[in-house]
Design a protein around this ligand. Structure first.
Ligand code: FES
Length: 149
């Protein structure tokens, strides 16, 4: 009889401890993937400073091309006069990929109708800052895009 009153509190504490540990583990299993989804790991900035974006006969005047520059998209535009310009294709609003619209003679972001001129400056819409501009050089048959020094 005396042995029951001594052992029961210990057994209850053990079962309660196991139950709390199990619930805590279950809660962590539910919450951890949600937290990882909301806060993805930071992607390191690419160390790539230059890329062959196109060949010289690839783009017609008045057209543009999206190409990978490191781990982000960039845009190469050939103006109607044949001149090349290149920018980051990542919209400064919410990071959508922009595109060249020859009908507007502008760089356009389809997500929220953001518009940039052909110098990368904001013309209208919500983008808060201009697009990052890159240098463009012709090397043999390649159009080489580089980060500005
Ligand atoms: S993401 Fe480009 S305008 Fe909003």
């Amino acid at each position: 009889m005396e042995s029951d009153t001594v052992q029961n509190p210990t057994r209850r504490k053990f079962i309660l401890g196991g139950l709390i540990s199990g619930l805590a583990g279950f809660f962590i299993m539910l919450v951890y993937p949600i937290i990882r989804f909301i806060m993805p790991p930071p992607i390191p900035e690419s160390s790539q400073n230059s890329v062959n974006a196109a060949t010289i006969d690839e783009l017609q005047p008045g057209s543009g091309k999206i190409f990978p520059f490191g781990n982000k998209p960039a845009i190469l535009i050939r103006l109607p006069n044949g001149e090349y310009r290149a920018f980051s294709a990542v919209c400064t609003h919410l990071q959508c990929t922009v595109q060249y619209r020859d009908d507007f003679k502008l760089i356009w972001c389809a997500c929220h109708n953001g518009k940039f001129d052909l110098n990368g400056n904001v013309v209208s819409g919500p983008p808060p800052a201009p697009l990052e501009a890159f240098d463009v050089n012709i090397g043999g048959k390649d159009v080489v895009v580089s980060k500005k020094a």
